[in-house]
Ligand binder design. Structure first.
Ligand code: COA
Length: 371
């Protein structure tokens, strides 16, 4: 970052099924909570960035920048970002860039998605907009299918068993028990994961993040201070289609974004105390830990075989237990890491959010300047 930018407010709705609330209601709830949490009033916000992937498909609603702006009395300028499941962190990156450019001083970022109003078939089809419409969609693939292929290949290359893989969802569901905003708050023993319905072999229902509604908001400022400083924000991209990749068992965009983020924050990965990583499917968490360098290739599962790994991994419950309203997830990861840093009084936390099969990857590093 070329200047000090602080996270001065945060808020979110519980994630889950919100059939009684509109997209605008969810947005309003998160925005109001973030403003109430910040040492400013709404009139201090001079720009809004909204993240959302599917408004047109699932809610017949585009133009979400104007919708968000209409929630504030002075209707500040607003834009929307879309980068599939990475929409939220791309919104944060965009807001930080606007602050760095001098275009704004205090920006509201709100991620929102309302997915449960349509059928599972419709949402699966809509989510495939994150893949390559020429190469992936004609084959009949869905995202559980794509990550099923990735899991099969990983098991073939490294000998990971389904029993080992089950530890991932079991851990994330256990973590979600204490998160009041999580969609699922029950502990699920590892052996139960394989007993859930098969979705895309070897992935069962409980290996998948769910379909969710929810919103999360943060306020970023370069003229109001708080203990939480944004130490790094980096984006990286890869091919849209997995068929254009040399390997299915690693996501190079993660490595690229991570290297640049650590350099920007002037820290090493050993400084990271808390990690929220993009566990859209259980196998993704294993691969992510390797690409982030917390485990060697093939050894990511060892962090789930250990009782108290460092850094903490998805202490919020991750996408698996919290839910994954796709446009809100990247913002919500930063909300959760802020809480984790404040509670633990540790110094650094890392948010890792991706879209598609890591075709867009965003990494943010937060610093607790009080620690
Ligand atoms: N994790 C935990 N529980 C889940 C769940 C999940 N992923 N998905 C559904 N459930 C629960 C529901 O709450 C419901 O419980 P109930 O019977 O107590 O009410 C039950 O399982 C059946 O739910 P249902 O909605 O009928 O499941 P489904 O078969 O329609 O959908 C999946 C299940 C796995 C297909 C769906 O969650 C899915 O597509 N997930 C992946 C989403 C995705 O691709 N996101 C983008 C990532 S890149």
């Amino acid at each position: 970052m070329n200047q000090d930018i602080f996270l001065i407010g945060k808020g979110q709705t519980p994630f889950g099924e919100h059939w009684d609330k509109s997209l605008k209601n969810l947005m309003d709830e998160a925005v109001t909570a973030a403003i109430d949490d910040a040492p400013i009033n709404a009139l201090d916000i001079d720009f809004i960035v909204v993240s959302n992937m599917l408004g047109e498909r699932t809610n017949d609603q585009a133009h979400l920048g104007a919708m968000a702006s209409s929630l504030l009395p002075h209707r500040p300028p607003a834009i929307r970002t879309e980068a599939a499941c990475a929409s939220g962190s791309v919104a944060v990156h965009t807001a930080l860039s606007l602050l760095e450019s001098g275009r704004a001083e205090t920006i509201l970022v709100v991620g929102v998605e309302k997915m449960t109003d349509v059928s599972t078939d419709e949402i699966s089809s809509a989510l495939m907009g994150a893949a390559d419409s020429e190469k992936d969609i004609p084959s009949g693939l869905t995202f559980p299918g794509i990550f099923g292929l990735i899991a099969n290949r990983y098991m073939h290359e490294y000998g990971l068993t389904k029993e080992q893989l089950n530890l991932v969802s079991a851990r994330h569901h256990a973590n979600g028990v204490s998160n009041p905003n999580a969609q699922f708050r029950s502990a699920i023993p590892a052996e139960k994961i394989s007993e859930s319905p098969n979705v895309a072999d070897p992935l069962c229902l409980l290996d998948c993040s769910p379909v969710s509604d929810g919103a999360a908001a943060i306020i970023l400022s370069n003229n109001h201070e708080s203990p939480i400083r944004i130490a790094a924000s980096q984006l990286s991209t890869d091919t849209l289609s997995i068929t254009d990749r040399p390997s299915l068992t690693s996501f190079p965009a993660t490595k690229d974004a991570l290297d640049r983020a650590l350099e920007e924050a002037e820290i090493t990965r050993d400084d990271i105390a808390h990690l929220e990583t993009h566990d859209c499917f259980s196998i993704a968490a294993v691969i992510n830990l390797e690409d982030l360098g917390f485990a060697n290739p093939g050894a990511g599962i060892q962090l789930y075989e250990a009782d108290n790994p460092t850094p903490t991994i998805n202490a919020s419950g991750g996408l698996k237990a919290c839910g994954h309203p796709v446009g809100a997830t990247g913002v919500k990861q930063i909300v959760d890491l802020t809480k984790q840093l404040t509670t633990s009084n540790k110094r650094y936390a890392l948010a890792h959010n991706f879209g598609g099969a890591c075709a867009t990857c965003a990494i943010h590093i937060l610093e607790n300047t009080d620690a």
